[in-house]
Design a protein around this ligand. Sequence first.
Ligand code: HEC
Ligand code: HEC
Length: 322
Amino acid sequence: MEPAISHSAKRRNSLFARIFRVGLISALTALIAAAWAQPSTAAGDAARGKYLFDAAGCLGCHTDIKNKGNPLAGGRELKTPFGAYYSPNITPDADSGIGKWSDADFIRALRNGVAPNGSHYFPVFPYPSYTGMTDKDMLDIKAYIFTTPPHKTVNKPHRTLPPFGTRLFVGPWKALHFTPGPLQPDPAKSAQWNRGAYLVRAVGHCAECHTPRNLLGAKKTDMDMAGTADGPDGGTVPNITPDRKTGIGRWSADELEDFLDSGMLPDGDFAGSDMGDVIDQSTSRLSKADRKAMVEYLRSLPAVDNRIEAKKKSPAKIKKKK
Ligand code: HEC
Ligand code: HEC
């Protein structure tokens, strides 16, 4: 039997060892965290921002590709039942773009749909979805945008039907149909599901096209992702709820994941129109893990019986990644 003294000495020793180990580990953790946090100072992490910028599809909407407009210089026409809206210049040009914007200005635009001068943005800018993004993700996107070349392009005025052309109308609309704030994770669900929800709802803004709207342009909440014959530019948008007859309930998880990667439908046809752009510019550029997360979330949505006859074009010119 060992004497009591050596017993407590041993305990003290191991206690010291433990404190030392814990100290060493926390010092290392702090070092790693500091190194990790290095590029993402308050100004935002542009590389991380590029990934989110792609996932959010900012480029397609803010570039007048049809008329060979400069990247992010705006002027793309967006046809809606309320008239034609034109995306603004969001290059870092100080006069015609957003070069003078503060971080707070940028967050307020995406989170609240409010301009630096206090006026409301029309919800054709999908801030009702982007509002769910975190401040960090918004600022990383801003950091990336500010690394892109500035272009002097003056914004085109919208051509809309009254009262949809007046910003005064947007305030009351928002009061009724818009809830600002970052998406709250559901602790009852897996991390993968929550990541998927974040990518589908907030960043990928899938519901902006896939959820039908009422006469005032508000999304019908009981028809979430159930498709519409009055989609953007007057096109049809299919039902992507897991309904087996009218939605994509018969697709396997792999088929859905492949679709988001390559645009190929289970029948071998290819997604056309706006979805071709979403795949080309956004979902095909995501990591496999992120696509899997989106698939898990999409397959957990409530099934809605709503038949939409989708027009299919084949085959879309889908450029492969990078
Ligand atoms: C579906 C098309 C669409 C997408 C996608 C889109 N925007 Fe826009 N955005 C618009 C339109 C249209 C406006 C103008 C709204 C208005 O005039 O009220 C706008 C306005 C803005 C403004 C305000 C600019 C100013 O001069 O006041 C900023 C900033 C902006 N968008 C950034 C982004 C970012 C960042 C993304 C990606 C995360 C993005 N947008 C994605 C269509 C889009
Ligand atoms: C700008 C509008 C728009 C956005 C945003 C959008 N989609 Fe689509 N989506 C469409 C259109 C239009 C089609 C039909 C394409 C066709 O006719 O070939 C479609 C087709 C699909 C299909 C194929 C369904 C079928 O039965 O053929 C799936 C799945 C899909 N989208 C998922 C998504 C997901 C997930 C997102 C978010 C990351 C998303 N979409 C964002 C417009 C959009």
